[in-house]
Ligand binder design. Structure first.
Ligand SMILES: Nc1c(NC[C@H](O)[C@H](O)[C@H](O)CO)[nH]c(=O)[nH]c1=O
Ligand SMILES: CC(=O)[C@@H](O)COP(=O)(O)O
Length: 160
């Protein structure tokens, strides 16, 4: 099912555990910050809506999506969080760099989920253009940050 057929911000709180006793790390890429800030706000709003306490949500910034793996790794190792949300926005440019950044970031975050016992949620938009990114970070298709927040809560509880 494509995103256009599913609003990213829709969730049923009745199916989500209460997050009041959970600690979250959110690592945010500074590349395309107008997009990543929207994703962050969507994630934060959904976490709090599901019971999370703002004091239990730690935010770090990294330069770009490629650095999300390292930032998430250090978050896990030093902050005793129950889940990490890795937020990025990669937008196709003129070259193949998009492919390498997307692949490396996805593989790196996948590897963290294998190597560590703390779930890391892949909240990285990989879009052909800015409009697609806008549509998925609070626009007509909702906010992938909200989707990631729900996944973080569910995976944190699953991992306990
Ligand atoms: N073009 C985008 C990048 N590129 C930067 C890399 O993520 C990385 O920071 C750099 O190669 C240094 O290691 N990053 C994004 O997040 N989004 C882009 O569209
Ligand atoms: C995803 C990227 O690194 C890309 O936006 C960089 O643009 P370009 O491929 O034109 O160098």
């Amino acid at each position: 099912m494509a995103t256009e057929n599913k609003n990213l911000s829709e969730y049923d709180k009745a199916t989500i555990p209460n997050a009041k006793n959970l600690r979250f790390g959110i690592v945010v890429s500074e590349w395309n910050s107008q997009i990543t800030e929207g994703l962050y706000e969507g994630a934060l709003e959904a976490l709090v809506d599901c019971g999370a306490i703002k004091e239990n949500i730690i935010r770090w910034n990294v330069p770009g999506s490629f650095e999300l793996t390292y930032g998430s790794k250090k978050m896990i190792e030093t902050q005793q969080v129950d889940a990490v949300i890795a937020i990025g926005s990669v937008i196709q440019g003129e070259t193949k760099h998009f492919d390498f950044v997307c692949s490396a970031t996805a593989q790196g975050i996948k590897d963290l989920n294998v190597l560590h016992d703390t779930p890391v949620i892949f909240c990285v938009l990989t879009d052909n253009n800015m409009q697609q990114a806008i549509d998925r970070s609070g626009g007509k298709h909702g906010n992938k940050g909200a989707e990631a927040a729900v996944a973080a809560i569910k995976m944190a509880v699953l991992g306990q």
